[in-house]
Design a protein around this ligand. Sequence first.
Ligand code: THU
Length: 160
Amino acid sequence: MKQYEIPIRYTLYENPGELPGQYVSLVHSAVEAARDAYAPYSGFRVGAAVLLENGEVIAGNNQENAAYPSGLCAERVALFYAGSRYPGVAVAAIAITALRDGSIQEEPVTPCGACRQVLYETEQTGGKSIHVILHGKRRTLLIQGAADLLPLPFILKKET
Ligand code: THU
């Protein structure tokens, strides 16, 4: 029997202005996207802004539905739209934030498991680490790779 540990590393910014400049504006895009969320059931408006390797920024927000599971998280709206608009272009970074009653949440939103799985696969197919910026009013976290957010991910092994 052997035991293993999988450490997770992240950088904490108490002043988001200290983030690299392009991430400051990516966070801004995420906040703007969150304002346009369709979240009548939860009142929790999430915004995600994806920076692509070609410099394009694609933003998305959560889209809810009266049949609750039919809705989709902001991260997947943005990542899937980026994939459909720019197939084969790697994702460099994603900024995520959330608003309640028009104000940015104090603490960063941490993506749900399904979004982590999609981020993981997007990172694998892109072939380069995705910087994940989780923005809250009180602190902002920068994770250097999506794989850090999902230890032991699901991988569909091809039959040989
Ligand atoms: N939500 C996101 O958009 N991203 C997450 O990472 C977690 C949750 C949305 C789904 C739903 O519309 C609302 O937040 C409350 O769960």
